[in-house]
Design a binder for this molecule. Sequence first.
Ligand SMILES: [Zn+2]
Length: 311
Amino acid sequence: MDVLAGMDFGGTSVKIGLVLKNGTLLSHGLIAIDPCADFESIMTAVARSLDSFLNAMPPGGKLVGIGIGTPGFTDEESGVLLEGCRNIPSLQGNSVRRYIADRFGVPTVTDNDATCAASGELLFGAGRKYSNFVLLTIGTGIGGGLVLDGKVFRGARGYAAEIGHMCIDPNGPWCICGSRGCLEQFASGTAIQAAYNQKAAKRGLEAAPSAESVADRARQGDVLAVITMREAATRIAQAFGTILNLLDLQACIVGGGVSRAGDILLGPIRAELPDYCWPLVSRSVDICAAGLSNNAGVVGAAAHMMSRLST
Ligand SMILES: [Zn+2]
């Protein structure tokens, strides 16, 4: 029984799991990391955690590959994380891939977490129905993945699909990437929570502890939350319209905790999309929620490795 390991590096924790080739999650867990710890300490803890999963693997199980998703940009050749992973500074300039491959002795791939998520959606999620789609993962920031002609598109150096950093408003606020008016400034989890809390504070209402809770409140009929979701949806529709004009896709898939809002977020995106692209281009494009929810990062990273093994 071939088994793949998937790892998903977040700001304060690493999710780890074992995945079968049909996408079934055999086991999974999460280890907390100190994001300010040195590279060796973080990787030792991660490797020990994977050891414990492998030790508990059913008899006959064989580890055949490891997929790892991290924020930011990884150099394809060396596996060195180049930029965009400020939350865990010691990962930058180091190769998570080399460390894990040396330790476990199996093929290992590291890639941007949203790119891994696109692999997961393509193999096991909402993307199975399509050969051309875009995936937007809305978390603290916004990640993007692109599937063209049935394959994850990585661009010349693996930096493609940074949809969170598409300019939506040339006069908008400056972004951590150094540009201004990025989609992330308007529709990330951070932006949605801040926009809601600003409205709530003016009205003496209780603040929302997270973007997910804004999504939950919207679903329960909180009008301010519905308005906040709609404002984010307008910006997302704007980004999708531009992407569709450029690439003529079949679907735009939205993932991440905020997508729990369901049609409260997706409905306005569908309604507003025709305002931002050619009628023929937007017609019959599906706007849908991601198929993998919990552990999408782990399954996506494993799926990314699977797609490498099969080519
Ligand atoms: Zn940006």
